[in-house]
Ligand binder design. Structure first.
Ligand code: MG
Ligand code: ZN
Length: 190
């Protein structure tokens, strides 16, 4: 069984610039590559992102593809292997199966890459990332970058109890690595 980290895209590994149509608007945090290099020693890495701007006609499908190809290239330049970018392009009202916190993408990753979800992580700056983590019984880390500060107060008591809150991906990475070294990973996060 493999462990995985499911990373949100906007506000977690790149700055949240709203709806992006152009690769020049992709700004990686200065710690992103170092963090992912560390994490991939112990985890398979995935990006999981909701991009409703596509269904709304604000983001072009060709732009989205170009952006994700660019992200994968940049990762590759740093020796980082992102196994998949899972992207929901629907709006909430489309009631699709793949929009976070729905588990469709995680379910397929679990089967395809035989992932041990209980020892895996979901990291993101939105309550839907946390809801997803709790649904799949993985460990959730809420980061305060992107929209994290703004959405923090939307987390309910039960969610706050079950997750870790970190200032950014860098401290999330340190938290994860520490929990591996202590052997306290499993069950640590409720
Ligand atoms: Mg986000
Ligand atoms: Zn969807």
């Amino acid at each position: 069984m493999n462990r995985a980290v499911f990373l949100d895209r906007d506000g977690t590994i790149i700055k949240d610039m709203g709806h992006i149509n152009d690769v020049k608007d992709i700004v990686f945090y200065n710690y992103t590559f170092d963090c992912l290099k560390e994490l991939q020693k112990d985890f398979l890495l995935f990006i999981i992102t909701n991009q409703p701007g596509v269904s709304k006609g604000i983001i072009r499908v060709t732009s989205l593809k170009r952006i994700h190809t660019y992200i994968l290239h940049k990762m590759g330049d740093h020796g980082i292997d992102i196994k998949e970018i899972y992207c929901c392009t629907h709006r909430k009202e489309d009631n699709c199966l793949c929009r976070k916190p729905n588990t469709f993408f995680i379910d397929s990753a679990k089967d395809k890459f035989s992932i041990d979800l209980e020892n895996s992580f979901v990291i993101g700056d939105h309550p839907s990332d946390i809801e997803l983590a709790i649904k799949i019984k993985a460990n959730g880390i809420f980061v305060l970058t992107g929209h994290g500060q703004k959405h923090f107060r939307e987390l309910n008591f039960q969610q706050r109890q079950k997750i870790r809150i970190c200032s950014n991906l860098k401290s999330a990475t340190q938290t994860i690595l520490k929990s591996i070294n202590n052997g306290t990973l499993h069950g640590q996060y409720g």
